[in-house]
Design a binder for this molecule. Sequence first.
Ligand code: NAD
Ligand code: WQD
Length: 338
Amino acid sequence: MRKILVTGGAGYIGSHTCVELLNSGHEVVIFDNFCNSSPVAIERITEITKKPVTHVYGNILDQQAIEETLTKYQCDTVIHFAGLKSVGESTQNPLSYYENNVAGTVKLLQAMAKCNVKNLVFSSSATVYGEPQFLPLTEDHPLSTTNPYGSSKLIIENILRDLYASDESWSITILRYFNPVGAHSSGRIGEDPRGTPNNLMPYVAQVAVGKLEKLTVFGNDYETKDGTGVRDYIHVTDLALGHLRSIEQIGASQCLEINLGTGVGYSVLEIVEAFKAASNKDIPYQFASRRAGDVASCFAAPKLAKDILGWEAKLGIEQMCQDHWNWQYSNPKGYSLN
Ligand code: NAD
Ligand code: WQD
């Protein structure tokens, strides 16, 4: 049993991970400033798990607040989700991404070092692979980025590798997520994007529920099965279980990079069809030109996660769409009550 500080634990992936950690008997302290989430998510975590969740309202840039929290709750491990994640916004406002993601992580690491808490699981992203030079993407694929968000993740990865090289008493697991989608099977927690969604599945879900008129498919001239972009969508509950396995594996001196994906790629049009089937709703769409910075195809080699963590994704595209729809349909306004 571990006592885990979960930064960003009220967010989309963090809330699902807290549920799986609590269900497996771990203690959780959420550290979040709700800049992209709602306190209602924390109430729902308690509702699902029937376990108490401690929450500290705070910013990861506040090193002293992190130190006080680690000490007060005697945390032995940190899962670090807190960060900004919009690619488009990062190109408009790069400094807030470098401040929040990079400087915030440095403050967190300094607090951890001071409190002698040296077990860390970090949320990285497949975005650090840049334009794929080969597929599926193995962890040793060269790293590069095309936008400030991706650069912030790659800088943090490099900081973590440097930190470990300087002090091998750290145990660091860098998880590179592919495209998280879906929601908890209860329909009580899920992704609650502010404003119009940037990502495909939440956009499709809002078309299905009638909030948005139609989907714009960015590009139908890629060299893929039907000309639309191909991605490795992973159910957020599988992703959460990947964190649980990482926590249970962590301990020895290590600095690992591990993909969390399914290894299977679906096109935009395949997602539209799967979501239509799950929701029984029409999903009108129109084709438009490619979105700047998008790659044709991106999917994981998931073998290392299986070898090291004994983890593999179990839930298929039907379940991803079904659970995403269930969440969207029963919470059309997300967590907001009006
Ligand atoms: P999210 O925005 O739902 O969750 C992030 C949480 O961190 C939010 O609750 C937010 O309020 C909190 N937060 C942000 N800055 C903070 C700060 N300075 N101090 C305290 N709390 C802060 O995002 P998510 O989808 O759950 O993503 C979690 C992590 O996984 C992020 O680091 C993201 O970059 C990474 N990631 C996400 C995806 C994805 O597609 N969702 C893919 C790869 C990696
Ligand atoms: C998927 C496919 C689009 C919206 C992003 C980040 C990545 C990671 C996950 C955090 C692509 C197409 C999309 C729409 C469309 N996040 N699409 N119409 O771009 O693979 O990854 O989220 O780390 O860093 O870049 O995900 O869901 O935006 O797009 O046609 O309205 O859907 O072109 O082919 P992406 P996505």
